[in-house]
Design a protein around this ligand. Structure first.
Ligand code: FES
Length: 101
């Protein structure tokens, strides 16, 4: 498993969406209740970018057909997606955020 530095921790304020590219794949990063969560950037329904989604209360709503996913577990909570959103481990070390892939 690889750990990739995606930037300084202060660049990830609570509830704000950030993106990172790791080995050609795009990830969405959102700090939820103090911990940065990393998920696949693209909605598992029809692959819209979740960077345009709305984050509320630890969940993200895809703007295209309004599928809702839990940002911690990736679980599809409502809407048309039958698949969960892939999630990835993160950690903060010495003021930097890392994603494990
Ligand atoms: S593409 Fe995200 S809900 Fe359809």
């Amino acid at each position: 498993m690889k750990s990739t530095d995606v930037g300084p921790a202060e660049d990830f304020p609570e509830g704000e969406k950030r993106s990172a590219q790791i080995d050609g794949s795009m990830f969405l990063l959102v700090r939820v209740k103090g911990k940065v969560r990393a998920v696949d950037m693209y909605c598992p329904h029809q692959h819209s970018s979740l960077l345009f989604g709305t984050v509320t209360d630890g969940k993200i709503v895809c703007r295209t057909h309004r599928a809702t996913f839990d940002l911690e577990s990736g679980k599809a909570l409502s809407g048309p997606s039958l698949k969960d959103l892939p999630t990835f481990e993160t950690e903060e070390r010495e003021g930097r955020v890392y994603v494990r892939t």
